[in-house]
Design a protein around this ligand. Structure first.
Ligand SMILES: [Zn+2]
Length: 467
């Protein structure tokens, strides 16, 4: 009897464990401040979803929040407020866009410039919606790594968007101190609006993604739309700001409209898609705000330095050490003897000028103390670490430090750090930034270079339970 009971309990537990949750984050870039019909589209979508018992995330452009207010659209503001509110840049497609203004700048200058240009938009979205935006995503593909420290300072903890610049196994990850839902690959798709009354192919894609993620211990599916797509046949910004065009406000033109019947059909496509997704038992809709709770804190507890040193000496990339997922920055912070804390990567690439094969232990101890002081004061990793008048690049310093822990002695052997996080970044400077609003041939080479330096902060996000 007891044995049967235990067997049942075991089977029930195994069954529960075999059905990990799949989370759907459904988000709407709410950006068209030119065509007022897009206000009605946002209202309709938010209301339909509320009726379905589904919470979505509306990422609102600063100017969109301001025009909703000036057009007296309290109805739209209240309907959207039943969902999570994010931020989608201050002006979206008015030039210069974020990539355009960040591309000529270094890392630290770019952080300041992003804050200068975007803080008013964050404040306006907060004021109009009466809530702090919970996430950010760049307009189009106008990405730059300098946004991340500025967003942390502005109190925005999640990066929710799509793009090719950085990604990790088609699932959420930590990067630049923000939880990222980005570059989701097979876990990002949608029911197409222009394939009839329903897009049943998307239902099959969804079911397949749920089954695949369930075998991987659960995960996230990212689905997005723009309210304007439901009421116009072209994008509001393409009609005005393509390839660097920057007409003055009086010259802005409205995008072509869908007929009312066509808009109704589009709302139906989304509603049917949502109804289909709701039929899957282990699927839960989450907002960008929920994601912060689902994913455990980015800060690891203290783990054994020997184990960390082995990892970092071998390759500079995120890894699992004693069950904890650590970024290379987490590992270096631990080896420097500092308490677990988030720190940014280096602001530029440094070079090794130190030419001898080893460093006297006291000189290396002094360099280590200096590096620890730099990190503690600036909350970022140094570009180089000095050994007297010479330097070790950050990767070489990290590998050498790891080696000094693995093999302590009177002399510390200089090791060459092997960066292992570059495959997680785009290498093509054009394709990931190919957006109709950017000037033709726009190059994001420098932004990607700065972005790769922040690969020190990259690590997978660990899925927990929704609290
Ligand atoms: Zn957008």
């Amino acid at each position: 009897m007891i044995r049967t009971f235990l067997l049942c309990l075991f089977l029930a537990t195994a069954c529960l464990q075999a059905r990990p949750p799949v989370y759907v984050v459904l988000w709407f870039d709410t950006e068209d401040y030119i065509e007022p019909a897009s206000d009605d589209a946002a209202l309709r979508i938010a209301t339909d979803l509320t009726a379905e018992g589904v919470q979505a995330t509306f990422k609102v452009v600063g100017e969109k929040a301001r025009v909703l207010e000036s057009r007296g659209r309290r109805d739209v503001i209240e309907a959207l407020s039943k969902h999570a509110i994010g931020y989608h840049s201050n002006w979206h497609s008015v030039h210069p866009t974020p990539s355009e203004y960040l591309a000529p700048l270094g890392f630290l200058e770019g952080v300041e410039e992003f804050e200068r240009r975007e803080s008013a938009g964050v404040a306006d979205v907060r004021r109009v919606f009466g809530t702090q935006p919970v996430c950010y995503g760049q307009p189009g593909s106008s990405w730059g790594p300098q946004s991340n420290p500025a967003l942390r300072k502005l109190g925005v903890p999640v990066y929710l968007d799509e793009g090719d610049q950085v990604g990790l196994n088609e699932q959420p990850f930590w990067y630049g101190g923000l939880l990222h839902v980005f570059h989701m690959g097979r876990n990002m798709f949608r029911a197409e609006l222009d394939k009839g009354a329903e897009d049943k192919a998307a239902y099959a894609t969804f079911d397949a993604a749920v089954a695949r993620l369930a075998t991987q211990g659960g995960g996230v599916i990212s689905i997005y739309y723009h309210p304007n797509e439901f009421v116009t046949t072209e994008f509001w910004d393409a009609a005005n700001f393509s390839h660097g065009a920057n007409p003055s406000r009086e010259a802005w033109v409205k995008p072509h409209r869908r007929t009312e019947a066509e808009s109704e059909r589009c709302y139906g496509v989304l509603r049917h898609f949502v109804q289909h997704m709701k039929t899957q038992a282990d699927v839960r809709f989450v907002t960008a705000k929920d994601l912060s709770g689902i994913y455990a804190s980015s800060l690891p507890p203290v783990v054994d330095n020997q184990a960390i040193a082995r990892q970092l000496h071998d390759k500079i990339v995120f890894g699992t050490v004693q069950g904890q997922t650590l970024s290379p920055a987490d590992m270096l912070v631990a080896l420097l003897g500092l308490a677990p804390q988030y720190v940014d990567g280096p602001s530029s690439a440094g070079a090794t000028t130190y030419a001898r094969p080893s460093i006297p232990a006291p000189a290396f101890e002094s360099a280590k103390r200096d590096a620890a002081d730099f990190v503690a004061r600036t909350h970022r990793l140094p570009n180089v670490v000095f050994i007297g008048a010479d330097t070790l690049s950050l990767p070489d310093f990290a590998a050498t430090l790891a080696g000094s822990i693995l093999e302590p002695g009177a002399a510390v052997r200089v090791a060459r750090g092997q960066i292992g996080f570059e495959p997680y970044f785009a290498s093509d400077p054009h394709k990931p930034f190919n957006w109709v609003i950017h000037p033709e041939g726009f190059s994001g080479a420098h932004l990607l270079e700065l972005g790769r330096l922040q690969g020190w902060t990259l690590k997978p996000a660990k899925l927990g339970e929704l609290r």
